[in-house]
Design a binder for this molecule. Structure first.
Ligand SMILES: Cc1ncc(COP(=O)(O)O)c(C=O)c1O
Length: 369
């Protein structure tokens, strides 16, 4: 049976992780495995990181954390989303770490801990400039005071999130780091028993060595891609995923024959046109057809016409590949290397959007070379 394939190289993931850990020195690396491990499969990714000795993971939702727990991940799991009162009890039972993102969350935790005598572990999220979740850093002093006077809040960490760490201009990120440093100083003055301070994401790790504190939360870089074309590539990572699809039919067409919807493409010379069974419903970036290509046996061949929901066509010129052979969309298979970063730039999306879109009928196949 034909289908698109996301071939996940767990050995590359581990090598990337090791390089990042080596680069950030004593800071703990907390791998971010939300959104199904950025499309790589959260459970196999987390399991292989756990085998490597990783003890902290981050996801977005409570359900994502529960799924990891139920599949044998026993390290700490921090969830990034806003807490709700219905998860507090299970968070205690499953040892899932929540975050305080608003002053009301302190009230929820206080009430819960007074009622039950228990409290889940929490990290306090401070908004230093992203203007998303998090307590406004200017109002923090009062809140921190409140936390120390309320018995039972189990505050293990304080963190914030960068808005522009993967951009060339460092000014706004440096302002966020400066604000976070003030937060750290404040919490130390109040003698809060905080174990972890964290702010850096992949962009921070690559562009801002002063942002590591004692923990970094890394997603994209660990999956082997750079967050943008404005970060350094000071850590050389390998793409963890090879995204590819099968050639299911070849046909010979005359020069000028229109190919695919809208008839916007026609080969200039007589050509062998291949049909690839992968479409935008599987996460193939539709707009890539304008300048895009696929890799096959060391050569690159142009995408012929618009990408359809389930399939698209490729101009193999005078070459005649075998039915059932696969073409590479992005990744590195030894014969071809197509950078997801280049595709993202061309279609005006980010590597994050492209990776997390992969799905539909795509089969994930795990390789541990
Ligand atoms: C709060 C938070 N921290 C860390 C990350 C990891 O970011 P990156 O994939 O750029 O390393 C994310 C991802 O979006 C995030 O939302």
């Amino acid at each position: 049976m034909f289908s698109p394939i996301a071939e996940i190289h767990l050995d590359r993931l581990i090598r990337n992780y090791r390089k990042i850990q080596q680069h950030v020195g004593d800071a703990v690396v907390m791998p971010v495995v939300k959104a199904n491990g950025y499309g790589h499969g959260a459970i196999p990714v987390a399991k292989s990181l756990q085998q490597e000795g990783v003890k902290f993971f981050a996801v977005f939702t409570f359900d994502e954390a529960v799924e990891l727990r139920e599949n044998g991940i026993d390290g700490d799991i921090l969830i990034f989303c806003r807490m709700t009162t219905d998860i507090l009890s299970s968070a205690v039972d499953l040892n899932i770490t929540l975050n305080i993102a608003h002053k009301d969350d302190i009230a929820y935790l206080t009430e819960f801990s007074h009622k039950t005598g228990k409290c889940p572990k929490v990290h306090l999220k401070v908004d230093t400039g992203m203007t998303r979740l998090g307590v406004d850093f200017e109002k923090l002093y009062g809140l921190l005071g409140k936390i120390i006077t309320i018995n039972g809040i189990n505050l293990e960490g304080i963190y914030t999130h960068f808005a522009t760490s993967d951009e060339g201009d460092p000014a706004y990120t440096e302002l966020q780091i400066q604000r976070f440093n003030e937060v750290v100083t404040m919490s130390k003055k109040l003698n809060l028993p905080i174990k972890y301070y964290h702010i850096a994401n992949s962009g921070g790790v690559l562009n801002h060595p002063n942002s590591y504190f004692n923990m970094v939360r890394v997603g994209m870089l660990m999956y082997g891609a750079y967050p943008s074309d404005e970060t350094t590539e000071c850590i050389k990572v390998e793409p963890v995923m090879n995204f590819k699809g099968p050639i299911v039919l070849m046909r010979r067409v005359k020069a000028g024959t229109p190919v695919s919807y809208g008839s916007v493409y026609a080969p200039e010379r007589d050509a062998n046109i291949g049909v690839i069974q992968t479409g935008f419903a599987d996460g193939f970036p539709r707009n890539w057809y304008k300048h895009g290509y696929v890799g096959y046996r060391g050569k690159e061949y142009k995408i012929a016409g618009r990408v359809c929901m389930d399939q698209f066509m490729v101009n193999f010129e005078s070459d005649m590949p075998k039915i059932g052979d696969e073409v590479l969309f992005f990744g590195d298979n030894g014969e071809n290397r197509i950078r997801i970063e280049d595709v993202a730039l061309d279609v005006d999306l980010t590597t994050y959007v492209l990776m997390t879109a992969i799905g539909g009928r795509t089969k994930r196949v795990y390789v541990n070379e």
